[in-house]
Design a protein around this ligand. Structure first.
Ligand SMILES: [Zn+2]
Length: 232
């Protein structure tokens, strides 16, 4: 039987789909709400991140303006902060929150924050494993090779570990942003709380991804009969 059309898989994934939907709606909603609230400092997202980086001695980390909506990220390869137009140019609490969160990743990188190192090291492995998992599971099914199928499931486990290690990395970047937005004089403490709400909502999307990854893994483990109780 083709696992892809297994209704059991859908049942497994329903909680993940619901959580992903809530997280996405909450992130967009909170971002939108606080994108209408200007910070009293009148700093843009880019200026806020620049100040946070400079006050931490990271004057050499460049800030780029990139296309997209919520496409903001820190690139450890070339040590650049890549901010979407909304975040880069606006003086809103949402923009400042996201920009300082990305600056938080640059700080993690500069201080050798271990979960970030671990996560970066896993990136190439995870890129292979996300495709490899399906390929080996399918091969295992067609060739009736339980070893190959198990290898495929092991690759799913790699994806889950990656999603799991992403959680402390994201939480910590937000924690740094929340602290430093205030200590670096970027926003007032009350404003930092609202900007923090945007970051908390965004964190939910990483939780949803981890839950989805875990449920997929559990589903395939169940199919392999590793959890006992095979339904066929
Ligand atoms: Zn992040």
């Amino acid at each position: 039987m083709f696992m892809y059309f297994d209704p059991m898989y859908l049942i497994f994934m329903i909680p993940a789909l619901i959580l992903a939907g809530i997280a996405s709606a909450k992130t967009k909603g909170t971002f939108k709400k606080y994108s209408k609230v200007a910070a009293s400092s009148h700093l843009t997202g880019a200026q806020a991140a620049r100040r946070m980086l400079d006050l931490n001695g990271l004057n050499d980390v460049k800030i780029h303006r990139v296309r997209g909506f919520l496409s903001d990220h820190y690139n450890p390869m070339n040590r650049t902060l890549n901010l979407s137009p909304d975040v880069h140019d606006s003086q809103s609490l949402s923009s400042i929150g996201v920009a300082c969160h990305e600056a938080g990743h640059a700080l993690q990188h500069a201080t050798g924050y271990v979960p970030l190192k671990f996560r970066s090291a896993m990136v190439p492995v995870t890129q292979f494993s996300s495709y490899g998992a399906y390929i080996f599971i399918l091969l295992g099914m067609f060739m009736h090779s339980i070893v190959m199928a198990k290898f495929g499931v092991a690759l799913f486990a790699v994806g889950f570990v990656f999603a799991l290690v992403t959680l402390p990395v994201e939480w910590d970047a937000s924690a740094r942003a929340k602290r430093q937005m205030v200590t670096d004089g970027i926003v007032q403490p009350a404003e930092a709380q609202d900007a923090g709400k945007v970051l908390d909502a965004a964190f939910l999307t990483y939780v949803a991804a981890a839950v989805s990854s875990l449920l997929t893994l559990l589903y395939y483990l169940m199919r392999l009969g590793l959890l006992g109780g095979s339904d066929d």
